[in-house]
Design a protein around this ligand. Structure first.
Ligand SMILES: [Zn+2]
Length: 356
């Protein structure tokens, strides 16, 4: 329905009726009529609306409507996201999911891999330590072995998880996960460093894996954090790389491991503590030092590079190559102009300097 789509796009942009009216040639009252389904804009106004709201005109007529169930916010405890920012993020995610859905429908056979978990996961998890095994079970089910995961976004996408970065990069937004019917979705803020993104992604995956199984007296956030650490660096690897028992840990040693595993120095100290490699007092001493140098907020040395989800774009170009979709449909799905799409197709701007 056009009216709902307009309302959605306006909420996603964060514009009030009045603010939107300032950018188009109709009044706020008329906009409100459009949103109530009492009137329809002319094609000229429609173009103005799509410009002002940053969507393509086709967006208003897309028929799928995705409901996000079970939304879990990574920032629930530590970060306060305003209602408006939350609405923006959710609308953005819904838009990206709808585009996936539409692409799937245009393909002769669905390419999306079905998300699946091992059948033998415990129904009820009562201690955090049990999560170590769960993380390894998931890794084995997904044939990931125990080694570092070079590109986590790619890995998750190839296992049927829908991975999105959100264009609303509010520094308070770290990530969220959601389920909608058959889709399992994880979202991460685009502005974070790679190690932070990877931890957030693994944490959100933790929610998808654990939330139905966690005993009431366990904290879901702590459980998801433990899963994240165990998924990125399984217990066996912690012991193999650090040793079974240590008096202390060298920061430069953890820095090297961070580059190898994509897990932050801070998170490594927790892996060491949780697996009995260092004592609680040692861990506290390391953290006092990290906080003292401000390294709990910004870690020293080179940042671990951020990742980008690629599967959607890649699938669009694959469909284009097979002539299953037109250039204008491809451009619409990618939210770029046809001209930009043609430029990409011809590899005329491989640096991608002005495009995101
Ligand atoms: Zn969480």
């Amino acid at each position: 329905m056009f009216c709902e789509r307009l309302h959605q796009a306006r909420r996603a942009s964060g514009l009030s009726l009045r603010k939107l009216a300032e950018q188009v040639s109709v009044s706020a009252m008329m906009l409100s009529k459009y949103e109530r389904g009492e009137s329809m804009p002319s094609s000229g106004v429609l173009l103005e609306l799509s410009d002002a709201l940053g969507v393509r005109a086709e967006y208003f007529f897309r028929t799928v409507n995705i409901n996000l169930e079970r939304v879990e916010h990574r920032n629930k405890h530590r970060w306060k996201l305003s209602k408006l920012a939350e609405t923006k993020v959710l609308a953005d995610v819904r838009d990206q999911l709808e585009r996936w859905h539409e692409l799937d429908e245009l393909l002769p056979a669905p390419w999306s891999v079905q998300f699946s978990l091992p059948h033998d996961l415990p129904d009820s998890i009562t201690t955090l330590d049990e999560i170590e095994t769960v993380a390894v079970q998931v890794r084995q089910h997904w044939k990931l072995g125990l080694n570092p995961i070079p590109d986590l976004m790619d890995t998750l996408e190839a296992r049927g998880v829908k991975v999105f970065t959100t264009r609303f990069d509010d520094p308070r937004f770290e990530g969220m996960s959601a389920r909608t019917g058959k889709h399992h979705v994880v979202v991460v803020g685009r502005m974070w460093s790679g190690d932070r993104q990877r931890f957030t992604l693994a944490h959100e995956l933790g929610h998808l894996v654990l939330d139905d199984r966690i005993a009431d007296d366990l904290d879901k956030e702590e459980a998801a954090d433990r899963f994240a650490g165990a998924f990125l660096v399984p217990a066996v690897m912690v012991v193999e790389t650090l040793g079974t028992r240590r008096r202390s840990l060298e920061i430069y040693e953890l820095y090297l491991l961070k580059q190898e595993f994509g897990l932050s120095i801070g998170a490594w100290t927790y892996r060491a503590l949780d697996n009995g490699v260092i004592a609680k007092a040692t861990h506290s001493a390391i953290w006092r030092m990290l906080v003292g140098k401000g390294w709990d907020k910004a870690e020293p040395g080179d940042q671990y590079p951020p990742e980008t989800p690629r599967l959607f774009e890649q699938t669009v170009y694959r469909a284009l190559g097979e002539d299953w979709i037109s250039e204008s449909k491809a451009a619409e799905l990618l939210s770029i102009s046809v001209r930009e799409l043609v430029t990409h197709r011809r590899m005329e701007r491989v640096d991608g300097d002005s495009c995101q």
